[in-house]
Design a protein around this ligand. Structure first.
Ligand code: 3PG
Length: 213
């Protein structure tokens, strides 16, 4: 694993963020995550201001690992990188975007759930994949089954993960980290509930730590 993958693994959880008001919310949200022991953010391009949010977080907290999620085009890879994104996440396995990320030298976590996806990732020499949507695709049982032919990968399951099932994923060595929006819901962000976000992050880190022991 490279340095970014190791950092993601050591943090153990990756908040998947949709920010509608980056000017107002990006910096306080980044602080809330850092205070909760989760200095990483996957800022999704589902909202128009994603690049702005990435730049604001990156500028305010250069030590934080800030990446872009829901990246669907190579133009968005460029936009994310110009804003300071250190990693790219795609919902599916798109060979064009993976090849482009490798060419420009940015970390890519493509969404993979099938043997075909994994095989494509193998050909690219990737080591850590997003497993998305995790619960809906068969959850940890499917992730374990995929490890039989593809033991070289670690995965970052995302989709349907919460404090309730986090440990069930995190205790397995195949899991690099767990992604989710449960600690950064629209309600929490729009309401400026930064303390609650910090608290959910702390609980998540604690659960992952215990599950790995
Ligand atoms: C993602 O893009 O990774 C998911 O939408 C996050 O899934 P969740 O909202 O179920 O955590």
């Amino acid at each position: 694993m490279n340095e970014i993958e190791k950092k993601v693994q050591s943090i153990g959880v990756v908040p998947v963020i949709k920010l509608n008001n980056p000017d107002r919310d990006a910096v306080p949200l980044a602080k809330a995550l850092i205070d909760g022991g989760v200095p990483v953010a996957e800022v999704t391009f589902r909202a128009a201001g994603a690049a702005k949010a990435i730049k604001a977080m990156h500028d305010a907290y250069p030590e934080m690992l800030v990446g872009a999620g829901t990246v669907l085009t190579t133009d968005q890879v460029d936009e994310a990188m110009a804003a300071g994104a250190q990693f790219i996440v795609t919902p599916g396995m798109d060979p064009e975007i993976v090849a482009y990320c490798k060419k420009v030298g940015v970390q890519i976590f493509p969404g993979c759930t099938t043997p075909t996806d994994y095989h494509t990732a193998y050909k690219f020499g990737l080591e850590v994949l997003k497993f998305f949507p995790a619960e809906q695709s068969g959850g940890i049982a499917k992730i374990k089954a995929m490890s039989a032919p593809f033991p070289m990968f670690k995965v970052m399951p995302t989709g349907g993960i919460s404090l309730k099932n986090l440990a069930d994923y995190a205790k397995n060595p195949v899991i690099a980290a767990c992604g989710g929006s449960y600690m950064v819901t629209a309600d929490l962000i729009e309401g400026g509930k930064w303390d609650e976000i910090t608290d959910l992050c702390k609980k998540s880190v604690e659960i992952v730590k215990e599950a790995r022991n």
